[in-house]
Design a protein around this ligand. Structure first.
Ligand SMILES: [Ca+2]
Ligand SMILES: [Ca+2]
Ligand SMILES: [Ca+2]
Length: 484
């Protein structure tokens, strides 16, 4: 039996435990093993025995001790000193276990703890505080922690982590077993939805004594969790009563504060309100009913008690209302004075203009490849690369401007975004292309005899194409409007 339990899982799950400093820090407590009367189960050779005990301060308020002996005597005991002891005689093998599942029943109840969140206080590991371990004949003791997912009452979904204690312990020592070491043979159990927990120790054929003072996690709140309350309140306070994060109407983490909107619970125009300094929700007071499609006197009926109202279209009892522009039944857009224009032609011209600037430069340096020395060849290549780089930038910049331009006179209902940074960007790079063109002409002049007329033509091209591109910018709308 021991072989089956220990070795079948150990290959997958074995994890050397981390040994950390002495006294236990505050953390979720699963069990501190306090008890009023000693609880124990003893397994004689090849016996499996288990027994449940009430334990008001342990998780689930109960614990079930078990022993599975394959040879010799083993004892699992929770002593009144507040410790769990695993003891075995010489030549004994087998395991001891403690199961917490909210009941003294020895049949596993996979959701017996409710749905405990073992990470709610920031814990990252199980923590065992070991009071003593004799490590006789240098024989280590192995252990395993198993958590069962509360979504599966039969206990079929579980994850487990193995650990090893391989040193003599004479003064209390905390051993952290990281949650990250949990493995499962199928669907993993959720650390946030734990319904049962089991701790086991496996003896190894020799006399052993292990004394454990405390079992829990390494989180920040040393309380025993209960479901659904947990150990941390809604305000994030360990053991708190939700009182430290109340809004002005007494809801934890609620939105109500003086000055925020609220509903007064009344009808009509009296309904929307604002919390005042004493957190009373005050809204518009009732007024005499008038024909305006609003429940002015807050009695739950619109335009009542004043005869038949005529709407803005002159219809008796009609429902037409004035829009924000003062138009009866209007769509609210008539007063915006928006002009919509598709400027894709303009953007195409800007894009093409940048390409023409690059092409002019390529014409200037044409034919130089055969007359340059290696150093000049690098300069020549640099001119071509830079011309192309600047062209690409202005190509992208051109199409950053929205193709559909909307310009409105009435800014009251509109949000505007400026196109000026884009325009300036294009202008800067167009000028850089012009300067690069003039530099290319000077470079050519140094290297290749070129007729005066041809040089003048290059200069004219460089300046003229640049001037045409800059002139296009005057047609780009400076602002873009978005009206609702
Ligand atoms: Ca204890
Ligand atoms: Ca009314
Ligand atoms: Ca009214």
């Amino acid at each position: 039996m021991r072989q089956k339990h220990f070795f079948s899982l150990s290959g997958v799950l074995f994890l050397a435990a981390l040994l950390v400093g002495a006294a236990p820090a505050a953390a979720i407590t699963i069990d501190d093993f306090s008890t009023t009367t000693q609880q124990s189960v003893v397994g004689m050779p090849t016996q499996t025995v288990s027994s449940g005990f009430s334990a008001p301060l342990a998780i689930g308020e109960n614990r079930v001790l078990g022993v599975e002996s394959t040879s010799g005597d083993l004892t699992a005991r929770v002593a009144t000193a507040g410790v769990f002891r695993h003891s075995q005689e010489d030549s004994s093998s087998g395991s001891t276990s403690i199961l917490w599942h909210g009941t003294t029943s020895t049949t596993l109840v996979g959701n017996g703890l409710g749905a405990v969140n073992l990470q709610e206080d920031g814990g990252t590991a199980f923590r065992l505080t070991v009071n003593s371990f004799d490590f006789g004949f240098d024989t280590p003791i192995s252990g395993r922690i198993t958590i069962y997912d509360a979504a599966h009452p039969s206990g079929v979904v579980f994850s487990a982590v193995n650990f090893n204690i391989a040193e003599a312990i004479q003064i209390p020592k905390s051993i952290d077993i990281p949650f990250s070491g949990l493995s499962s043979l199928g669907t993993p159990a959720s650390l946030g939805n734990v319904g049962a927990i089991k701790l086991e120790f496996f003896g190894a054929g020799t006399a052993l004594d292990l004394s454990v003072d405390w079992f829990g996690t390494n989180g920040s709140c040393a309380l025993v969790p209960s479901s659904p309350e947990g150990v941390v309140d809604q305000c994030g306070v360990c053991g708190g009563n939700n009182s430290t994060c109340l809004d002005c109407v007494g809801t934890p983490n609620g939105p109500a504060q003086p000055g925020t909107g609220c509903s007064s619970g009344q009808f009509g125009q009296c309904s929307p309100g604002t919390y005042n300094q004493s957190c009373a929700c005050s809204g518009t007071p009732p007024s005499s009913e008038i024909c305006d499609s609003i429940d002015n006197n807050c009695d739950g009926a619109v335009d009542n008690g004043i005869g038949v109202c005529t709407d803005c279209a002159g219809t008796s009892g009609g429902t037409a209302i004035l829009d924000r522009c003062g138009v009866c039944n209007g769509d609210g857009n008539s007063c915006l004075s928006c002009v919509r224009r598709n400027i894709s032609d303009l953007l195409t011209a800007m894009d093409g203009g940048a390409k023409r600037q690059e092409m002019a430069i390529r014409r200037i340096v044409k034919g130089l490849d055969v007359v340059v020395n290696p150093k000049q060849k690098r300069q020549l290549e640099a001119i071509r690369v830079e011309a192309h780089r600047l062209q690409i930038i202005n190509w992208i910049v051109s199409w950053t401007i929205p193709v559909n331009s909307v310009v409105c006179d009435n800014r009251e209902f509109c949000v505007t975004t400026s196109n000026q940074p884009i325009i300036d960007d294009y202008r800067v790079h167009a000028e850089e292309l012009r300067v690069l063109g003039l530099k290319a002409i000077a470079f050519r002049k140094r290297l290749l005899r070129t007729p005066r007329r041809a040089l003048d033509r290059f200069v004219f091209d460089v300046n003229e194409i640049h001037a045409q591109n800059v002139a296009l910018l005057a047609s780009v709308p400076v602002e873009q409007f978005s009206c609702s």
